[in-house]
Design a protein around this ligand. Sequence first.
Ligand code: GLP
Length: 273
Amino acid sequence: MDEGHQRAASGDPAASARAQGRIDPISVTVHASAEEACAAVAAEVVDLLAAKPDAALGLATGSTMIGVYRALVGALEARGVGLGRSRTFNLDEYLGLPTESSESFRAFMDRHLFGPARMRDEQVFFPASPGAEPGGHSVRSARAFEAAIEEAGGLDLQLLGLGGNGHIAFNEPGSRPDSRTREVELAARTRADALSAFGDLGQVPRRAVTMGVGTILEARRIRVVALGEHKAEVVARLMAGVDGAELPASYLAGHPDVRLHVDAAAASRLATA
Ligand code: GLP
C-alpha cells in the first residue's frame, strides 16, 4: 500500500483525494492563529489598494469577517492607505428585515468597516436594500447590481467566508456554477447558524439576495477565510475534493487565483503533508 492509500485508509480527506487521483482543489494557507489569518488577508487588500487605489472590492459579512475588517482598518491606518477611491460590492443581503435592523448586512458593514474606514454611501453597493420585501426583488435590480460591478471594471478581489453547509455568499447547496445575482431561499442549516444573531428562529429571514456563483467566479482574485473548529468539517470536505452543487464552495476550484486562509483549528481535519 503506498503512502497515499495508507493515509486514505486512516481517514485523511486530502490524502484520500490524492489517492483517488483528484488534486487538492484550492491552495490553502494554514495560519497559527485566527489573528494571523486575518492579518494576512488584510495585508493583501492593503497591497492591492496601495497599487490600485480605485480597486473594486467584493466584500463578505459573517463573524469571520469581523477580525478581517479589524485587521484591515488597522493596516490601512498603519500604512497610510485609504479606501476613499475604491468601490465595494457586498455579496448578499437579507430580505424582509425592518429597514433599521442591526442584523442587516448593511448595518454589519457600517459597524465593522464603512464607519471605521470613513466610507461614503456612494462608494458602497449591495444587491438589495435592507427592508426590501421577499419576492419584491426584481430581475432589473439584480442586473443593475451586476452592471455596477462591470462599470467598476470587474471585481479586483473578492473576500469570502464559508457557510457550515459549504455555501458561498448565499449560494446554498443546489446552486448552479453559472448562477447570477438573484433572490434565494435560505437553507434550514443557514437559518439555524444565524440564530444566535437573531435570538429566535422566527426572526431569522427566510429569503435573501445573493451574488451568484458565476458572478463571484469572475472576480480576478478570490480570498476565502475559514476560522475555528466549527469550520473544520466543511474545510475538510472542500479540500477532499467533494465537488458539485452539494458543496457550492467547490466551484471555486476552477478559479485561476483563489486561496483559502484557515487557522489551525479550521485545519484540524486536514492532512499535514
Ligand atoms: C453568511 C454569509 C456568508 C458567510 C457565512 C459564514 O451565511 N452570507 O457570506 O460566509 O455567513 O458566516 P460566519 O463567518 O459567521 O461563519
